[in-house]
Design a protein around this ligand. Sequence first.
Ligand code: C2E
Ligand code: MG
Ligand code: MG
Length: 613
Amino acid sequence: MWLTVSLNRPLVWVALIALPACVWIPDAALRLFAATLVMFGVWDVWTQVRQLRLRLRLTQDALGLTSDAMAISDAQNHVIAINPAFTEITGYTSQEILGLKLEALAAPRHDKSFYQSFWSALKSTGRWEGEMWNRRKHGDEYPEWLKVRAVTDKRGRITHYIHLFTDISAQKAREQDLRRIGYEDPLTGLPNRRRLHDLLASRLRHLRAGESLDMALVDIDGLKSVNDSLGVEQGDRLLARFAQRLTGYVAGSIVGRLGGDEFMVIRTTTFDDHDKWVATLREHMSRPFEINDHSLRLGLTIGSCRVPEDGNDSGILFQRVESALYSAKRLGRNQSQRFRPALDKQDNPQLALVSDLRAALISGDQLELHFQTQHRPSDGELLGMEALLRWRHPQDGLISPGDFIPLAERHGLMAQLGAWVIEKACAQQAHWRNSAMPKLTIWVNISALQLFQGDLEGQLATCLKRYQLTSAQIGLELTESVLLDERAGDMGPRLQALRDQGFAIAIDDFGTGYSSLGYLKRLPVDKIKLDRAFIKDLPHDQADASIVKAVLAMAAGMGLGVIAEGVETQEQCKFLVNAGCTSVQGFYFAKPMSAAELEKHLMTPLAAAPEPY
Ligand code: C2E
Ligand code: MG
Ligand code: MG
């Protein structure tokens, strides 16, 4: 240390040269002068050492304060220094770990190839970042987010490694909660519609020669009258008991709840006895349920279909079993109906709607963009707006996007529809640019199909140019399912490119999908839109309140913004402000409005705005 401190200072060199002069030069005055120079040199070295010590102490204090664990190891990965957070997370003190290889912490859940690729990435690029499982001193395994950097000498040889990591076990547990909420029907604990799609797709992939699938969608007739006569609580009890009996009866099959009073059963079989299977299912599930001293015999309406005869794509099979149920319901109560191809055409009103939608896209005049503003909840300040598509059907009136967007996706119209939305949003933004309207980003919803059927990037670029806009004026909302849709390929680089061009990116309906926060962490996104499902029962629902707080905390830690969707009441707003949420969207501040309505609304803000928090 002394050597490195001293040698790069001119005073030290002068002192070194002057040192022999103190002894050899006969002239006393010159000797005194040389001795003074030596003293200056010594004084300079001393000051430097003090500064270096101070810097070292400050670094050590800083490392002691951080909650990120740090370890420094030599070229053979023997630990030579750790900070207090390392001890806190792993349980190992300096005395116990110094000199040991860091591999001593490795958890058996990673295999050899994991470590091989870890070391080869680290040695070739000098860095590694990712999730790794390790073992604490007391044996339990925990996940950490680890960053490792290799330190090299002047000749490029690795001399040390610096390891920085945070314990993400709490975050993982929350992720699991969120995932479970996205997968499960809370009342019965059965897989929900989303999960059923996955399970069906997986069964279809693993179907062996000679095997087929029977699918039945069972609807309980008259659940509403049970709710009305015995109360909603008893209705819920009945649903839970129904789920229990169904699961027990068809052991080995997939059972799920699509919502309301609809249950799905999927069986893998080598028998060709579809109708008999449905009949016995009906017979068993129609036996009376004892609820509150009442013996309830339920009427059941069942739609069914079979793989491979009725298709082998999970989306189409869902559609077909639903159309079979729909047709059974029209036969009257307590009926079963197996899917018939004719149902797809004659009886399915959805197909008529698809052809109407096709026509609407060509004419363009039945489609509208509405806009819903986004606000800072503490003072109501306008922050942005979301563009929401509307279809004004000539006969059926206003149709919700929730009804026609899935149709457009299924029938190959989504790329065109999405292109219409982008064009319209840009045109509107350009129109407002020259008006007294506040200058806000318009957020546009993007469907997965726009990413792999249309040329989203090209289209955005063309529209910006055509309307002379900047990318900051348009934000993109993608749902979790879009981000995870394998058909769209690896989204990371595409999102990064869009972000590099200046588009902000939000994850819509956050919490309803399957994405793990670990995965999202690696995606270049700016903010998450917390789904309405978590907001609607605030502040009374304890579970939702904790989830919202947890998401806000995690997002803050990851440098992501959060906007809460579907805020309807002052109470919800107040809760969100207290929880640190700085952006909300919902009926409390404004409903979606046509461009003309919005202009009017924003020109008289005081009359329309609710009391902010
Ligand atoms: P989203 O993107 O999550 O949009 C928010 C939805 O919540 C909108 O429904 C909005 O009207 C509704 N909403 C907003 N605030 C509240 C509230 O306080 N309470 C309640 N109950 N609801 C609220 P909307 O307009 O029916 O849209 C439904 C979904 O359709 C959208 O959900 C989005 O996923 C999709 N969508 C709408 N427009 C487009 C579009 O242009 N392209 C694509 N791909 N999807 C779109
Ligand atoms: Mg949205
Ligand atoms: Mg949403």
